[in-house]
Design a protein around this ligand. Sequence first.
Ligand code: UD1
Ligand code: CA
Length: 457
Amino acid sequence: MQQLSVVILAAGKGKRMVSDLPKVLHSVGGKSLLTHVLATVSGLDPAVRVVVYGYGGDRVKIALAGERGVVWVEQAEQLGTGHAVAQALPLLDDAGVTLVLYGDVPLTRRETLQPLVDQARQGKLALLTVNLADPSGYGRIVRNEQGQVQRIVEEKDATPAECDRHEVNTGILAVATAKLRSWVAELGNDNAQGEYYLTDIVALAGRDGVAIEAFTTNEPAEVQGINDRRQLAELERFYQMRQAEALLDHGATLLDPVRVDVRGEVTTGKDVVIDVDVVFEGVVRLGDRVKVGPFCVLKDAVIGDDVEIFSHSRIEGAEVGAGAQIGPFARLRPGSQLAAGVHIGNFVETKKTTIGPGSKVNHLTYLGDAEIGAGVNVGAGTITCNYDGANKHKTVIDDGAFIGSNSSLVAPVRIGKGATIGAGSAVGRDVPDGSLCLTRAPRKDVSHWKRPVKPKS
Ligand code: UD1
Ligand code: CA
């Protein structure tokens, strides 16, 4: 099979974004526009992916350094889409076909692109078009009486009759690389914008008797480019609706599909219920029957079966065991590993902490760098003092221990198996198994105590 080269044009400055960030680094669904395009293209199994960059190129390259097999080509001056493709041509193999895409058109599906590549492999010039109610600004598709595509005319060069057409050029096309090379070499810039238009190859194909196959997508969002923040916001909503539909199709209940955002990937087990205004980031896995309450943020988290997460909780870089209950207002930070049946209540923060089966931490607590066994009860207001100003130290609480409310555990420290800490203790030395530790100062009562009074002036 003829190999596929993909050329992604991304040299435009994107002035209308009013941003210091290169346009293709703006995000939809938590991933940069260019990342979306590169990911889609990978599904087409290309031999090479060439990105033509211009403005802010170094930042784009750094941001996408993790993408392997991408070749970067600079277009120092933006002289038009035809000129941009010309910059990539020296890297392409004439024996194959080339697909031209755009770094600021993030949501085209692989299924939409594959037929174009297939037709290019059949020797045709394949175009992707779309019918728009308001076609202004776009190149118009000009067809003859038999309905065959003859050329593309840019709006600035079009006659009023041509402007009336609603079928527009998406810019996406595929064709044999050798043909593309010969046509691009012929392009001139004698037009209203003084640019080398890639679109002019369509007329050249007609002249050379190359068949032109136009595919029309009926989903404008799929071919929508982003030029300003309004379009960015619109595509974000479109993308989120797609994510929500995927969750619904997979059997999750969403109390309001327009009030859940997926900025990464979420997988759900059976009968998951997600309440309103929940945000997922990174890679999140939810087991069977998980319930996520309103206003929660889950990032890079693995949540076991039957876990219930109450409202306003933030879970990041954490693993939560089956049947655990989290929140409301809980914060699980990276390195939190909770075993089955753990309860984490309101205003509890955990970081780099493992908690054994059935342990309860129900109110107002900070656990950092801690290793907590099974069946432990951590009272309200307990603090692991893990930081001495320079180093972090570890707190170990063994199985069955009971930590009274308002205790400070000054690490490094170990609370033995079944030990009890009296409320209000500050514990700086290890507590043996089974013993009671009290550090409160002895109580003193002064009877008939007279409170100070203000002197009369
Ligand atoms: C282009 C098409 C138009 C189509 C529209 C779809 C041409 C001549 N016109 O018009 O028919 O309807 O896209 O959005 O192709 N770019 C470069 N280098 C350049 C110029 C552009 O990399 O020198 C990139 C831009 O970053 C952008 C894309 O190509 O991603 C399109 O460029 P733009 O100037 O927006 O083209 P349009 O005039 O909108
Ligand atoms: Ca444009």
